[in-house]
Design a protein around this ligand. Sequence first.
Ligand SMILES: Nc1ncnc2c1ncn2[C@@H]1O[C@H](COP(=O)(O)OS(=O)(=O)O)[C@@H](OP(=O)(O)O)[C@H]1O
Ligand SMILES: Nc1ncnc2c1ncn2[C@@H]1O[C@H](COP(=O)(O)OP(=O)(O)O)[C@@H](O)[C@H]1O
Length: 194
Amino acid sequence: MTTTDDDPTTLNHREKHVTGATIWLTGLPSAGKTTIAYELAGRLRGEGHRVEVLDGDEIREFLSAGLGFSREDRHTNVQRIGFVAELLASNGVHVLVPVIAPYADSREAVRKRHGAEGTPYVEVHVATPVEVCSVRDVKGLYAKQAAGEISGLTGVDDPYEEPESPDLRIESHTQTVQESAASLYALLSERGLA
Ligand SMILES: Nc1ncnc2c1ncn2[C@@H]1O[C@H](COP(=O)(O)OS(=O)(=O)O)[C@@H](OP(=O)(O)O)[C@H]1O
Ligand SMILES: Nc1ncnc2c1ncn2[C@@H]1O[C@H](COP(=O)(O)OP(=O)(O)O)[C@@H](O)[C@H]1O
């Protein structure tokens, strides 16, 4: 062991690179999942962590191309993302996953996969009420559903099974983006993951 290895600052710095985790942000469309994920990603990167954001829209363009929004397809989508997230997290990456994941059994399977591998897993419910999400309507989906142009929109005419005991619940409608990201950062810190 060299003198440098004994330096607690160096050790701490090195540990930050080896402890990965999957942080799954579940919630309705326009709840704030993506915004919080990128805000947190910036902070974690600034501290030297390796970070990947597995954005739902990007995943659906490539890894899950061809899948729709039936229960079965959403389950398949979530399992694929969970598989990739675990691979990355077990190799020291902080993986942020802003994906709806509306079904409790799909989320549970992802948690179990991480548990089986001993990979840290954090479930965050971005618990913005549908009334707020439909006003934000970042992608215009709520308006389209109301106009009868689409159906099967999560939280409106398709199920969203709320997490019963998430690791963290974020009330995005009562705080700023920075406050939401900070509450998640605090939890990671508490668990030795940030
Ligand atoms: N019917 C319907 N229901 C829900 N969401 C819809 C739908 N059609 C398209 N979209 C857009 O696709 C994004 C959801 O994809 P995800 O992969 O995150 O969802 S899922 O976990 O597979 O249910 C989701 O992204 P976010 O708004 O960022 O959540 C939507 O923009
Ligand atoms: N505390 C907050 N956390 C996250 N987003 C917020 C918050 N307050 C307001 N917003 C806004 O809500 C919208 C959420 O959109 P987005 O992150 O794309 O949602 P989702 O990924 O869940 O579909 C953004 O316009 C964002 O600026």
